[in-house]
Design a protein around this ligand. Structure first.
Ligand code: DX5
Ligand code: ZN
Length: 215
């Protein structure tokens, strides 16, 4: 069954504790923490202290998406803050194996992400070494963007590679996911949906979660 990972970038920052508890009550499985450094992506967002705060407010699995240059410099701080999973971008990882080892040595799960204009071939050789691949369906930096349709084919290619090679790597998609785009990505083989604006902007988030889990 699909897992739902609300991105707290889409939450009301003035009520973060309340929003995180609401996500848990609505049936979310993970919380997606969007970390941006204003360099790899234009926006500047959340640091380890936010993870610490969210950790205190929720028992949900914390999934930290590092949209930062030199992600290896941040692994320890986010691991100590309480995240379970650390995802870095292939575009800023000249030595992915080194990053993956650092993440595992910190006791976290490892994720690898690629932007919409990065060929999937750049991540395929690493999928046997990580727990998750995060396919960006928008150019990272902001919530509320439009889903890039070509992402579906990229997910299918990655899914085929995982199945053909009997890998344990989960597929996560991130950006412009909502009740309209979700059926297509689930059919293409995604395991975890990241949703920012569609989740925190929903009238009835619990109903949205129930609907998506029934697809
Ligand atoms: C974009 C972030 C996404 C984004 C998702 O840079 O990585 O996680 O917050 O937000 P929506 O679901 O609104 O596109
Ligand atoms: Zn993200």
């Amino acid at each position: 069954m699909i897992k739902i990972a609300p991105s707290i970038l889409g939450a009301d920052f003035a009520r973060m504790g309340e929003q995180v508890r609401m996500a848990e009550e609505a049936g979310a499985d993970w919380l997606h923490i969007d970390v941006m450094d204003g360099h790899f992506v234009p926006n500047l967002t959340l640091g380890p202290d936010m993870v610490k705060a969210v950790r205190k407010s929720s028992g949900l699995y914390l999934d930290t998406h590092l949209m930062v240059t030199n992600p290896e410099n941040f692994f320890e701080a986010f691991a100590k803050a309480g995240t379970e999973l650390l995802t870095f971008h292939i575009e800023v990882a000249p030595n992915p194996d080194k990053n993956i080892k650092l993440i595992y040595d910190l006791g976290c799960k490892a994720g690898l992400s690629l932007n919409p204009d990065t060929p999937v071939e750049e991540v395929l050789p690493h999928l046997s070494k990580v727990d998750l691949v995060l396919v960006m369906s928008v150019f990272p930096g902001y919530g509320g963007q439009k889903f890039i349709e070509e992402s579906l084919e990229r997910v299918s290619t990655i899914k085929k590679y995982i199945l053909d090679n009997s890998l344990k790597c989960a597929i996560q998609i991130d950006g412009g996911v909502n009740r309209k785009t979700a059926p297509g990505v689930i059919a293409a083989g995604v395991d975890i949906l990241v949703m920012g604006s569609a989740f925190f902007g929903a009238e009835r988030p619990a109903e949205l979660v129930k609907e998506l889990k029934s697809l």
